[in-house]
Ligand binder design. Structure first.
Ligand code: NAP
Length: 249
């Protein structure tokens, strides 16, 4: 038993990294979890197996969240399995880094479709189900890069800043249905995504983090759990957690 007992959570991109940790954290508070993945079937099944062996219910659901028809099918499958949706964590994301001069339109669109179009598709698909259950929570995984920009990441920064605008608009619009919408902006966290950054660049980055360490997936997952279970009067908020790397005025 926990504060999320009886709740159903959909976590996109939960086969590894932040999504995996968020799936575990929500399950440990009692939620039943739909573990979405695109290509990593076996790691996603392992996440679901771990959750089930700890006593919560979990299923895996394949969907490329950049495709509207996949998202509709995913939400239908989750509703059929669990009877509804209470929590959506829009976590799936990619980067295709290249300086602006060299970035191809394919790299631009792939990132926008995966990181931003997906947020529209997933949120729109769950709203009727949340509304039917008297409310819900949508947590959007933005990024420090959407707050401060970065060389070589115009596509990624635009997608993550777009999520912030989406969060604010959706929070206003969906409040009447008791659906809260918030965004989390992590700094650099130790996942496969950070592992793709060259060692020298990582060392340079670390010098810019006052707390002197990169984040761990659990740092982010615990905040997401709090947002889903304790933060009942919070909506439209944009939350930075980055070891002090970016402190807005
Ligand atoms: P990661 O380790 O690369 O994992 C990405 C996850 O997204 C995987 O589960 C992947 O599933 C899934 N995914 C990718 N494209 C997908 C698609 N089209 N449809 C469905 N799932 C898809 O990334 P991460 O570091 O955990 O990042 C998670 C989120 O946090 C991202 O939105 C990222 O932008 C954001 N973020 C990360 C950091 C960081 O430092 N790590 C910082 C700030 C924000 P498959 O393997 O099945 O494709």
């Amino acid at each position: 038993m926990g504060p999320l007992t009886g709740k159903v959570a959909v976590v996109t991109g939960a086969s590894r990294g932040l999504g995996r940790s968020i799936a575990f954290e929500l399950a440990s508070s009692g939620a039943q979890v739909a573990v979405n993945y695109n290509t990593s079937a076996e790691p996603a099944m392992e996440v679901a197996r771990c959750i089930s062996s700890d006593g919560s219910r979990a299923v895996t659901v394949q969907a490329d969240v950049s495709r509207e028809e996949d998202v509709r099918r995913m939400v239908d499958e989750v509703v059929q399995e669990f009877g509804g949706v209470d929590i959506l964590v829009n976590n799936a994301g990619i980067n295709r880094d290249r300086t602006l001069r060299k970035m191809t339109s394919a790299e631009w669109h792939e990132v926008m479709r995966t990181n931003l179009d997906s947020v529209f598709y997933c949120t729109q698909a769950v709203v009727p189900h949340m509304s039917q259950r008297g409310g819900g929570v949508v947590v959007n995984m933005s990024s420090i890069i959407g707050r401060m920009g970065n060389v070589g990441q115009a596509n990624y920064a635009a997608s993550k800043a777009g999520m912030i605008g989406f969060t604010k608009a959706a929070a206003r619009e969906l409040a009447r249905d008791n659906i809260r919408v918030v965004a989390v902006c992590p700094g650099f966290v130790e996942t496969d995504m950070l592992a793709g950054v060259p060692e020298q660049a990582r060392e340079r980055l670390l010098t810019q983090v006052p707390l002197g360490r990169f984040g761990k997936p659990g740092d982010v997952a615990r905040l997401v759990r709090f947002l889903c279970s304790e933060a009942g009067w919070m909506t439209g908020a944009i939350l930075d957690l980055n070891g002090g790397h970016y402190i807005p005025s």
